[in-house]
Design a binder for this molecule. Structure first.
Ligand code: SF4
Length: 357
């Protein structure tokens, strides 16, 4: 297993031996403090532990203080091109800066940002994306490189940018190496990890729609996390950021790296099914993930919603409790033992009651 150094972000220690933390990014206009605060609160209810916001201009940077004051989880300012935005973000009290040292105008600017972060005691993430590599400057289009070459170039640029920070004796940083290509992203992260003990934020970028992106991200993250690579993760999907948080936890839960929320098991349904399994599962998940307290109470519980009583209770014998569908009602069961029948329109109410016990 890859061992990395540890860094501090708000209340968290990140790196080897610590929980992999879940991050998402707001898609609100950061200049609209009320909308951004509302979305961050929603993300926090869904379990988001680190929130990133885009800082495209000075007005956005100057709004960060108000956002920070009204939210609890560490706030990360995502900055490109203008180092002065990073300096303002630090002044506004953010918990971390995400920059690409290669695009903020040279060593002197990087030095100023690093000094400001060091003085404030906050970390930096160096984000290297395949689409904005310095090596691409010489190409009119996209070079026809094999994945190995893409990955090697990404890792080399990340190392060179990390060296800028090391030369300034700044150690409180992570690095991310992202692309939309699974193999390139994993190879780049592996190559980087083989050469340093710097912790990484991992994920694909522009991974795609909910299903395609979640599948691709799961494969990539499982490969890296199993090697001990990845201190924080973001599942980048063309979907509401709260769903990105949900997907991240499902990956960590499946890998037994984190426990979070309930495990809801449900059957795919077949010709025996006379119940709305999909609708009930969706409704239950929506209610749980919109309510911080309910989510906390559901933590660690295995809940089943099955399509029929023929196989349902038996197949879901591992569940703490659940319902197996019938014509207009369902059979309640706890640890495989059948209980009373419940009308279909009361399933959700009964399941919530049990979660709240
Ligand atoms: S639990 Fe019943 S409805 Fe669901 S897949 Fe199995 S047999 Fe079909």
């Amino acid at each position: 297993m890859k061992q990395t150094r540890q860094i501090k972000l708000g209340p968290y220690i990140l790196g080897s031996g610590n929980p992999v933390r879940v991050q998402s990014m707001c898609n609100t206009d950061t200049r609209d403090a009320a909308a951004t605060i509302a979305q961050i609160n929603l993300l926090e209810n869904a379990g988001c532990e680190i929130n990133r916001v885009a800082v495209p201009d000075m007005q956005a940077a100057q709004t960060l203080g108000a956002i920070k004051k009204a939210t609890a989880a560490p706030l990360v300012a995502d900055i490109h091109f203008d180092y002065k935005l990073a300096l303002e973000a630090v002044k506004q009290g953010v918990d971390k800066i995400r920059i690409n040292p290669g695009n903020i105008g040279g060593a002197a600017n990087v030095k100023e940002v690093v000094k400001a972060c060091a003085d404030a005691g906050i970390p930096i993430r160096i984000g290297v994306n395949a689409g904005s590599l310095k090596a691409l400057k010489d190409f009119a289009g996209r070079p026809n490189w094999p994945d190995e070459k893409w990955a090697g170039t990404m890792a080399a640029e990340a190392l060179s940018e990390a060296n800028l920070l090391e030369q300034l004796n700044f150690k409180n940083y992570l690095v991310s190496l992202k692309s939309d290509n699974l193999e390139r992203t994993c190879l780049a992260a592996e190559k980087f990890a083989a050469q340093t003990d710097i912790p990484q934020h991992i994920g694909l970028t522009e991974a795609g729609s909910f299903l395609a992106g979640a599948v691709k991200s799961s494969i990539a993250m499982a490969r890296l996390l199993k090697q001990g690579i990845g201190a924080t993760i973001r599942v980048s999907l063309t979907e509401h950021p709260a769903m990105q948080v949900r997907a991240a936890y499902e990956i960590l839960k499946a890998l037994h790296l984190r426990q979070f929320g309930p495990e809801i098991i449900s059957c795919p349904t077949c010709g025996r099914c006379r119940a709305d399994v999909a609708g009930n599962v969706k409704k239950l998940e929506e209610l749980i993930y919109a309510d911080k307290n309910l989510l906390k109470k559901a933590h660690g519980k295995k809940i089943a919603i099955m399509g029929c009583a023929v196989n349902g209770p038996g197949e879901a014998r591992d569940a703490d409790f659940g319902i197996a569908g019938g014509e207009a009602e369902g059979l309640w069961f706890e640890r495989g033992v059948p209980g009373p029948k419940i009308p279909q329109d009361l399933w959700i109410k009964r399941l919530i009651e049990e979660i709240e016990k």
